[in-house]
Design a protein. Structure first.
Length: 253
């Protein structure tokens, strides 16, 4: 009876340890997922990007500011892009459309071969007339050290990747740099049944690269950060479990 109770206590403590580990690994994420069972994933609230915990103002090398000059009896101002009011994004809070057009293709194949053979052989044939002494000849070995080593390696690697992403997303100007460049950030969420697809675009654009229809191509965004992914039931099934992720990190083989 005592053995049975000891085994039962061991099982209960093992289950408790597993639950605690799962709670520590999952944290609030696991609790949120449990609370959303049977419900559609919730869309994120529209927030001010500058109030996010990880937000930091962009700092880039800036040229000296130029003073605007006006010509006498002229409606044209030096540095102006158009005679009439420009409808393109120029100030914090303005909107512009980013055309995401990514077509990436890479085909890389490498092979490395290496081989090495080493042999070490050292010994004593005669040490201060040891050959003439019978006892010394028995004690002294003919060879002190003999070592052989052979090493070879053959490594092959190949990469064949094709990626394509074409979509549009509206972005908000979050900062105007001293030289007039705009820091933009846009986020788009689409929910289909129980799956949410997310698209995030951020970077620095020149006002001159913005088209007359207030659009800009993603290839003209400096420091571009483009992320496309999702969350929901399908993404959850595709991800490995917490225990498997921990074992993948900890196991040395």
């Amino acid at each position: 009876m005592s053995a049975f109770s000891s085994a039962s206590r061991f099982r209960r403590s093992a289950i408790s340890a597993l639950l605690l580990s799962a709670s520590a690994l999952g944290g609030c994420s696991s609790i949120d997922r449990l609370s959303q069972i049977g419900e559609q994933p919730k869309l994120s609230a529209i927030d001010n990007p500058t109030t996010q915990p990880g937000y930091k103002p962009v700092q880039m090398p800036m040229p000296k500011p130029e003073v605007a000059s006006y010509s006498p009896n002229s409606l044209w101002r030096s540095g102006s892009r158009a005679f009439f009011k420009d409808q393109r994004a120029t100030h914090v809070g303005d909107l512009l459309t980013v055309t995401v057009n990514i077509t990436d293709k890479a085909n890389i194949e490498n092979e490395t071969q290496r081989s090495r053979t080493n042999k070490e052989d050292s010994g004593i044939t005669d040490f201060i007339g040891s050959k003439t002494i019978t006892q010394a000849n028995k004690i002294l070995p003919g060879r002190i050290l003999t070592a052989d080593s052979t090493a070879s390696s053959d490594g092959k690697g190949s990469v064949n990747r094709t990626e394509a992403l074409q979509t549009n997303v509206a972005a908000v100007v979050t900062q105007v740099l001293p030289n007039g460049n705009l820091v933009v950030e846009g986020k788009q969420e689409i929910r289909v049944n129980y799956e949410i697809r997310e698209l995030v675009v951020a970077g620095i654009v020149r006002p001159e690269d913005i088209q007359s229809d207030n659009t800009i191509d993603s290839s003209k965004i400096a420091q571009a950060r483009i992320a496309y992914g999702g969350r929901g039931q399908i993404t959850d099934v595709q991800q490995p479990r917490y225990g498997q992720q921990v074992m993948d990190v900890l196991l040395p083989f």
